[in-house]
Design a protein around this ligand. Structure first.
Ligand code: SAT
Ligand code: MN
Length: 598
């Protein structure tokens, strides 16, 4: 291999971080087995019951290192305005200085792995290559499931191909003879998840968990890629991709963006409740999309695996996810049963008899005072193991998108589904989605946390400019070929605080209407907020829901929307002069429609 830039970067990092040895990952199964076995030997991983869960492993993290750390995540663009009001910013020179000091000899006593990886099918025009340098063997095995790694990526890179530099260290150098901990990491104030968009560079230090450490995911495929997408005229979005086939065999693809805890993975693998319909999964988290020469929007899933939240995943809520993790999987921070299988709250059955080890490694007290699995405990599994993986999921051209769905978790105000009048109106809808937070939960003011396009923690540049990029992409296009844009809300509650809509498989009823609308059929009526399903346009056959509740599900309440409009005005203020005027116009139009109908 004679990629001079790559070789010299690896040499530079080796000199900076001072590892004991350097290993280039070939991505083979043998290599995976070797690294896993070593971690089991060293007590960092537990091999699970081979008969029940073949070739699967459990890891327990340090209790201080259990999730993405948004307050330690930085977008280090040239100036603060480039990063915008929604990102933490430190000047690049300053941040590089601070982190170089941390990186100096930080890999002492450890192996430095070089992982060539492709986001997207290798060789696809929509794919991009990254190189992650890491001192975490846990990262290597997870990257092998979550992305395409190894020699074949180096081949595709050639001797001058472009790549995104991703540097990661757990930030825990080992002295001679010092025993390693089972989950090395650095204290919170030394953790940095840093992005240098102008250099297409990621520097992550001090955490070994999830998106902090698996740098292909949020760091590259969203934060850096969103900047590349802006510069190159495409889209990097926090969206699932699904294929849906009607009983006549006609198929369409949708993408959907939701803030966290709205059941994205469940929707991506949904089993329809309406006979004859079929849903298949292309991806559950990220979509890279580009307009084709035919004027249509095409999407690929840049990832190759699922990194899903375990608690709540069951044969009831998501059987396809459960089957995806029946073997060859990695679990992090779930509980361990006496017969060496995993268990978590909401897995669909009580914890089996015998000793249960909780996520901290202690024996679990069954009185239920503490959770056995951490709420952000995860499974990692290859997408190819999903029983409903779409046959086109690795098509290098991507799949053509007919609808874009936005959603949030809203107890009131937002009806089950409505459709935007235009691309511009759809961008407006995407820019205002959010979920309610309770004051108790995070110590914030109770209310709606707006999470535009579900990209709040993932947009690598000024979010006002990001809205403009969305608008610009739609502006010059043949509107008839653009995907239609929809908003859904599965979470509306009645006056007793009970969810009205059953959700899960019944969401297929809403997908069916969206399918029909995208097909130029499906009956709708024009409302103040957009098109809503006409009477009986949503297929409710076999569903027991009373007409009063149904009304409530679709109610557009003037007073609620007055409040909503004020709250959107507040939200928009944040973006100052970078807010595109078209979005303000859309808001004013909405305001007017309600005034007219008063
Ligand atoms: O940790 S990840 O970023 O991979 C998952 C998530 O927080 O959404
Ligand atoms: Mn996500």
């Amino acid at each position: 291999m004679v990629h001079k830039k790559l070789l010299s970067w690896v040499e530079e990092i080796k000199n900076l971080c001072g590892p004991e040895q350097v290993v280039w990952c070939d991505g083979s199964e043998a290599e995976y087995g070797r690294i896993m076995n070593k971690m089991v030997e060293d007590g960092m991983a537990v091999k699970l019951n081979q008969a029940k869960r073949p070739n699967s492993f459990l890891f327990r993290s340090d209790s201080s290192d259990v999730a993405r750390v948004e307050n330690r995540t930085f977008i280090s663009s040239k100036n603060k305005d480039e990063a915008g009001p929604t990102n933490n910013w430190i000047a690049p020179d300053e941040l590089k200085k601070t982190m170089s000091d941390l990186y100096r000899n930080c890999m002492r006593g450890r192996t430095m792995f070089v992982i060539p990886f492709s986001m997207g099918p290798i060789g696809s025009p929509l794919s991009k290559i990254g190189i992650e340098i890491t001192d975490s063997p846990y990262v290597v095995v997870n990257m092998r499931l979550m992305t395409r790694i190894g020699s074949k990526v180096l081949e595709a890179l050639g001797d001058a191909g472009e790549f995104v530099k991703c540097l990661h260290s757990v930030g825990a150098p080992l002295e001679k003879g010092q025993k390693d901990s089972t989950w090395p990491c650095a204290p919170i104030e030394k953790k940095y998840i840093s992005h240098f968009p102008d250099d297409r560079l990621i520097w992550s230090y001090g955490s070994g968990y999830g998106g902090n450490a698996l740098l292909g995911k949020k760091c590259f495929a969203l934060r850096i890629a969103s900047v590349q997408a802006r510069d190159e005229g495409w889209m990097a979005e926090h969206m699932l991709i699904l294929g849906i086939t009607n009983p006549e065999g006609k198929k369409k693809y949708f993408v959907a963006a939701f803030p966290s805890a709205c059941g994205k993975t469940n929707l991506a693998m949904l089993i329809p409740k309406i006979p004859g319909w079929k849903v298949e999964c292309v991806g559950d988290d990220i979509a890279w999309m580009k307009f084709g020469s035919d004027g249509r929007l095409y999407a690929v899933n840049p990832e190759a695996g699922f990194f899903g939240v375990a608690p709540g995943t069951s044969m009831g809520s998501n059987p396809n996810a459960m089957m995806s993790i029946s073997k060859n999987s990695i679990f992090t921070n779930t509980a361990l049963t006496e017969d060496n299988d995993v268990w978590w709250e909401g897995i669909g059955y009580d914890a089996p008899k015998g000793r249960i080890i909780d996520w901290t490694g202690a024996e679990w007290d069954r009185s239920g005072k503490k959770l056995a699995a951490h709420p952000n405990s995860r499974f990692t599994a290859s997408a190819s193991q999903c029983p409903v993986i779409d046959p086109e999921w690795e098509n290098p051209q991507g799949v053509p998108i007919s609808a874009i769905i936005f959603g949030g978790r809203r107890a009131g105000t937002v009806p089950l589904v409505y459709q935007a009048r235009s691309w511009r109106h759809g961008v407006f809808i995407g820019s205002i989605i959010g979920s309610e937070v309770t004051a108790a939960a995070i110590g914030l003011k109770a209310g709606v946390r707006r999470d535009p396009m579900a990209m709040l923690p993932f947009c690598g540049y000024n979010m006002g400019d990001y809205f403009e990029h969305w608008l610009e992409l739609g502006r010059k296009r043949d509107a008839s070929k653009l995907p239609s844009i929809f908003c859904v809300n599965w979470f509306r509650k009645d006056e007793n605080g009970k969810f009205i809509w059953p959700g899960f498989g019944d969401n297929s009823r809403v997908l069916k209407w969206i399918f029909e609308r995208a097909d130029g059929e499906g009956q709708a009526i024009d409302s103040e907020i957009g098109f809503i399903p006409a009477d009986r346009a949503i297929d409710l056959s076999g569903l027991n829901i009373d007409s009063k509740m149904l009304k409530l599900l679709f109610r557009i309440d003037v007073n609620e929307w007055r409040e909503e409009i004020e709250s959107i005005r507040e939200h928009y203020k944040r973006f100052g002069s970078r807010l595109p005027k078209e979005l303000l116009e859309e808001l004013n139009l909405l305001d007017k429609r309600f005034s007219r109908n008063k």
